[in-house]
Ligand binder design. Sequence first.
Ligand code: ADP
Ligand code: MG
Length: 209
Amino acid sequence: MELDAARTEAWLRAAAAAVTAREAELTALDTAIGDGDHGSNLRRGFTAVLTGLDGDGADRSPGGLLAAAGRTLISTVGGASGPLYGSALRAAGRALPGSSAGPGEVAAALGEALAAVRALGGAQSGDKTIVDAFEPAVAAFGAAAGQGLPAAARAAAGAAEQGARATVPLVARKGRASYLGPRSAGHLDPGAASTALLFGALAEACREP
Ligand code: ADP
Ligand code: MG
């Protein structure tokens, strides 16, 4: 299986559905250690992504679709997560110039996406951010790429979820939650939780028929 335009579009639509269905949960997580807007930020951003997909004139290649979605997130989401996810999708899009991509190419593109998040946000693993779910997901995808796209995407989704859960005991060192210092411990990081949803959406879009 390859990541073609139809699967890329399915990924973005599944991501929009997931962040919309889980908006209240993401907002509750951000209310505990942030400002309570993470769910609404992502719902707004991905709703705009859907509007872009439904419009005509979009570049219907995997890279074009991801880059356009990234630009949309950057321009419609005010919070930290918009530019971070937007840059990630743009970087992944730039790394996928063809009409479809095999698991190895997708692994490399996801690596570029993670590098973009790191370059923009400066967070390391353990800082209680998006990176804590994104980094293990990219590693798991790469390790399972030889088993094909569905297996790699499933492995990435599982690793992202585990990485998100592992943020609970951490003290935040980046973003708004870091203002709380030690009081940020004991809560799931909202951005790591939404990263798990985005990788879950990729696994859904890349399921065996
Ligand atoms: P804001 O914090 O501006 O309100 P959101 O609520 O949409 O933005 O997103 C918050 C999430 O963004 C956090 O839970 C965290 O995972 C992520 N985040 C914040 N700063 C960084 C950073 N520097 N690097 C990576 N992720 C970050
Ligand atoms: Mg917030």
